[in-house]
Design a protein. Structure first.
Length: 242
């Protein structure tokens, strides 16, 4: 993958990140902490933060921030794995569909997402610094990272319907995706999102992502791709060999 695609994949796969903002005050010290993360269909990061949080107060004074997305989990030497520092500006967002994407990724957030003091922020990416291993280091422009979803509005509008159908009627396929394509633990796995480049799954505190071999831009294409993935993920039985 290109550096931009690798960075985008890190953002799409993550359910958390390290957020750094400029602490208020004359010296403006960097302030970093763990946050839950999701993303828009184009991979722009989404954050849900209380007005009482230090980050919210910092963002109100200076919307610039940095998010570290870490893809090194499970490696014997983490420095050989990918990580991306995404630099951008936090923008308040009142889009209910995007709030729904965040809550789908973090079900516990449903308990406070509607509180008056919680705000959804969409991060406008300006650039990112990717370290994909020793010597694989790139600065990437934000416009190269975000995915052009101009032709994928139908897919975004159909997202909830696709998720409901897969969770209610195709749970077996979701289990096969998780076990046989991603080598993840026992479920029950549920689908929590779909975008032009793949689908997202969740089981309790674990998330997984199945990337499409080629982008899809509408619900019809998505259905065909999900059926093809189900065939790919299905483990042959003794009867299949006859």
């Amino acid at each position: 993958m290109s550096p931009a695609a690798t960075t985008r994949a890190l953002i799409r796969s993550a359910d958390r990140a390290t957020l750094a903002t400029a602490d208020r005050g004359a010296e403006a010290w960097p302030y970093a902490s763990l946050v839950l993360a999701a993303c828009d269909h184009d991979a722009a990061p989404l954050l849900l933060i209380s007005d009482l949080a230090e980050h919210s107060q910092n963002i109100a004074a200076d919307p610039r921030l940095s998010l570290l997305f870490d893809g090194t989990a499970g490696l014997d030497d983490p420095l050989t794995g990918p990580r991306a520092s995404v630099l951008g500006r936090a923008e308040r967002c009142d889009d209910e569909a995007l709030l729904g994407r965040f809550v789908a990724r973090h079900p516990a957030a449903a308990g406070y997402a509607e509180f008056a003091d919680f705000r959804l922020y969409r991060v406008r990416i300006e650039r990112a610094h990717l370290v994909a291993g020793f010597g694989a280091i790139d600065w990437i422009d934000g416009s190269d990272i975000v995915y052009d979803v101009t032709d994928a509005t139908d897919l975004a509008e159909a997202e909830n319907g696709i998720i409901v159908h897969m969770n209610d009627d195709r749970g077996d396929a979701l289990e096969d995706y998780a076990h046989n394509l991603l080598n993840l633990s026992d479920g029950p796995w549920r689908m929590i999102g779909i975008d032009p480049e793949g689908i997202d799954l969740r089981c309790r505190g674990e998330v997984g992502r199945v990337a499409f071999e080629a982008p899809v831009h509408g619900p019809g294409e998505a259905r065909e791709r999900l059926v093809a993935l189900a065939h790919q993920a299905r483990v042959p039985t003794a009867g299949d060999a006859k």
